[in-house]
Design a protein around this ligand. Structure first.
Ligand code: 6GU
Length: 243
C-alpha cells in the first residue's frame, strides 16, 4: 500500500508514521508513506498556499492550483489504469464519517492520496473536481487534516498483508464482528487485590467463551448500543441482553 500525503505541515508526519508497527512495515517494504509539501507547488517567493475567500468572511482558503498540481505529479508515475483506481481523499470535517467499512473499501486500492485541509477550508473545486472521497474522522473539529490522515494510514495499513501478525487477526477485530472486545487479563492473577475473574483460570473453554461473549454484549450495550442493531446475535445473546 502506497500513501501519498499532501500537507502544509510535513514535519507533523516525521515521528508518528515511522514508529512501531507501521515503521517496521515501511522498513520491510510492505508500505510506503510519501509526504508532499503543498508549499513546494506554489510559485511566488512567499510560498502562498492560501487566499481570501470570494464573497468575504473570516478565514483563508487553500488555493486549488498547488493541490491540483501536486496530485497530478503524484499520480503521473502510475499506469493510467492504476490512476483511475486511486482514491484521492480530502480530509475535512464536512466529509463522510470514517468507519471500518470505509477503511476496508480504501484498503482495496493500490494506494491513496490524502489531502490535508487547513485554515477555514479548501477551495471547493478540490472537492468537486479532484477528490474522489471527502472523509471526516468524527464529530469534532481538528486544526487540520494531518491527524485524520494518520488515522486513515494506520487503520488502512492493518489490512495490508504482513503488517499485523496472526495474533492480531484483522478478520477477528471486534468492531468488524459487530461487538466491542471482551476484557483481557494477563499475569499476575492477583495484582494488589485486583483479581482476574475465576472463570478465566478455570480451564473450561465453553464457559470462558460464554463469559467473553456476555462481557462483549454487556459492554456494547453500555457504550455502543447502536452497534447491536447490525450485530449477528443468537437467541442466547438476545436472552442475555433482555435479562
Ligand atoms: Cl478530516 N479535519 C478536520 N480539520 N477536523 C476534523 C476532521 C478532519 N475529522 C474530524 N474532525
Amino acid at each position: 500500500m502506497r500513501f501519498h500525503v499532501l500537507t502544509l505541515f510535513p514535519e507533523a508526519f516525521e515521528g508518528p508514521v515511522r514508529h512501531s508497527m507501521l515503521g517496521r512495515a515501511i522498513q520491510r517494504g510492505l508500505l510506503s508513506v510519501q509526504i508532499i509539501d503543498i508549499r513546494s507547488y506554489t510559485h511566488d517567493i512567499h510560498g502562498t498556499a492560501d487566499d481570501y475567500q470570494f464573497g468575504g468572511g473570516h478565514g483563508m482558503v487553500l488555493k486549488p492550483e498547488p493541490i491540483f498540481d501536486a496530485v497530478s505529479d503524484t499520480l503521473s508515475p502510475y499506469p493510467t489504469r492504476d490512476r483511475h483506481a486511486f482514491p484521492v481523499v480530502l480530509l475535512s470535517p464536512q466529509g463522510r464519517k470514517l468507519d471500518q467499512q470505509l477503511v476496508l473499501e480504501l484498503a482495496t486500492a493500490p494506494g491513496l492520496v490524502l489531502i490535508c485541509g487547513h485554515y477555514a477550508g479548501v477551495d471547493e473545486r478540490v472537492r468537486t473536481h479532484l477528490a474522489t472521497h471527502d472523509i471526516s474522522i468524527g464529530d469534532y473539529v481538528l486544526t487540520g487534516g494531518e491527524l485524520a490522515a494518520m488515522v486513515i494510514i494506520d487503520a488502512v495499513s492493518r489490512f495490508t498483508p504482513g503488517v499485523v501478525g496472526a495474533a492480531d487477526n484483522v478478520q477477528e477485530d471486534s468492531i468488524t464482528s459487530g461487538l466491542l472486545q471482551h476484557p483481557l487479563y494477563t499475569r499476575p492473577s492477583d495484582f494488589h487485590g485486583m483479581t482476574v475473574p475465576d472463570v478465566l483460570l478455570s480451564g473450561h473453554h465453553a464457559q470462558i467463551d460464554r463469559w467473553r461473549r456476555e462481557e462483549s454484549l454487556r459492554r456494547t450495550l453500555e457504550n455502543r448500543p447502536d452497534l447491536l442493531d447490525s450485530a449477528d446475535l443468537s437467541l442466547t445473546d438476545r436472552a442475555f441482553l433482555a435479562g
